[in-house]
Design a protein around this ligand. Structure first.
Ligand SMILES: [Zn+2]
Ligand SMILES: [Zn+2]
Length: 119
């Protein structure tokens, strides 16, 4: 499972939807749920907050639709399909972003998720 330090470094790939900075602090205490732990992320620029979720169970068991979608995602580095979900976040109500790692070459990248995959 990804650690918070790593998640915080990877978050620099997205921008705050309010002030467009990429400097975030992750609240260390998680809220546990059945399949994931969620953390509050705060933008250091404007104090806007949003949720970040780290899966704690194998996603193919808890969320088969998302697992199928991830299995078909092409890696921008090696063009192979299939990624591991590291964490996801919702910077605003319309967007969900997944942070993934290619299972073939271990290239980390982010992808906008189709919202219906999470319902
Ligand atoms: Zn901000
Ligand atoms: Zn790859």
């Amino acid at each position: 499972m990804i650690n918070l330090e790593e998640a915080q470094t990877r978050l620099a790939a997205i921008q705050c939807p309010i002030c467009h900075k990429s400097d975030f602090a992750i609240h260390p205490r998680p809220e546990q749920s059945f399949a994931e732990q969620s953390h509050t992320v705060m933008c250091k620029g404007c104090r806007y907050t949003f949720k970040l979720s780290i899966p704690t169970r194998t996603i193919s068991q808890t969320d088969p639709d998302t697992a199928n979608w991830l299995a078909g995602l092409p890696c921008p580095a090696c063009q192979e399909t299939g990624v591991r979900l590291d964490f996801r976040c919702m910077p605003n109500v319309r967007d969900s972003v997944v942070f993934v790692t290619c299972t073939a070459c271990h290239h980390p990248f982010i992808e906008k998720a189709p919202m219906e995959a999470y319902e």
